[in-house]
Design a binder for this molecule. Structure first.
Ligand SMILES: Nc1ncnc2c1ncn2[C@@H]1O[C@H](COP(=O)(O)OP(=O)(O)O)[C@@H](O)[C@H]1O
Ligand SMILES: [Mg+2]
Length: 239
């Protein structure tokens, strides 16, 4: 069988914080347009896996390909250039810049004739609240607005892969619903996504596949629909 068209291919990833070995040989593939849910209890290495993929962990080992290009030694900006956008745990907005500046500085031009381009206008349409706050500083936004801005910034880069680490954490139910709606819109747009969220049901409902980490290793992986009914899932998630 021909290889699937992969946006991300990671093989045998390891990561360390000082002498603490946290990731133990994780492999992960994401096809173009595919949504993958990353599950696991607190402290199992989900954020570390993401940060290792992005080059934010100083001590790492393994092979990482983005669209077939080896970025194993790549710095975060190189991944951004290759179409990987990251919505970090705890949000990533510039507190001293206005909402508009935050969005425009992330912008990358869309390919000519791309009708699905994430333009400033489309981000405004998607997050009308941000439109009402364009002149406000990042620091003046509510937690939910900051998260929308962080996702808006990711979309403005015309990403091929968006990585969301606990994007709904600590937000009001209405905002959480809005974020899942945008995740669904990305999926409909064939943007690949890697999602971490405490609500494992929602993750699996919105994903094509899921993988479960335990102590820095993949212990379970499969189609989202079959994972949802896998009797082992509850044990690995501590339910
Ligand atoms: N900056 C850090 N320095 C040292 N240890 C860390 C750091 N970040 C995370 N860890 C440890 O690495 C392990 C995995 O953490 P993390 O990747 O944040 O898990 P998750 O995102 O699944 O909750 C945990 O034991 C955590 O305490
Ligand atoms: Mg985490």
């Amino acid at each position: 069988m021909k290889d699937r068209d992969l946006i991300l291919q990671a093989r045998d990833l390891h990561a360390w914080y000082g002498s603490s070995h946290v990731l133990h040989g994780v492999s992960l593939e994401i096809a173009r347009g595919e949504t993958v849910g990353l599950l696991g209890r607190n402290g199992m290495g989900k954020s570390t896996l993401i940060r290792a993929l992005l080059g934010h962990v100083a001590q790492r080992d393994g092979l990482i390909l983005i669209g077939g290009h080896d970025v194993s030694r790549g710095k975060p900006h190189e991944l951004a250039r290759r179409g990987v956008a990251y919505v970090p745990e705890g949000r990533g907005v510039f507190p001293n810049l206005s909402v508009k500046e935050n969005l425009l500085m992330a912008a990358r031009p869309a390919a000519a004739g791309d009708r699905r381009a994430w333009t400033f206008a489309r981000v405004m349409e998607t997050f009308p609240r941000l439109g009402e706050r364009l002149g406000n500083l990042g620091s003046q936004l509510s937690g939910g607005e900051q998260q929308m801005l962080s996702i808006g910034r990711a979309l403005m880069t015309q990403p091929e892969l968006v990585i969301l680490d606990e994007a709904t954490e600590g937000l009001a139910p209405m905002i959480v619903a809005e974020i899942w709606r945008v995740i669904a819109a990305m999926r409909a747009d064939d943007i690949a996504t890697l999602i971490v969220d405490r609500d494992y049901r929602k993750v699996l409902e919105h994903s094509d596949r899921g993988i479960v980490l335990q102590k820095g290793q993949v212990v379970l992986a499969g189609e989202a629909s079959s994972l949802a009914s896998d009797p082992q899932l509850g044990r690995f998630l501590g339910l």
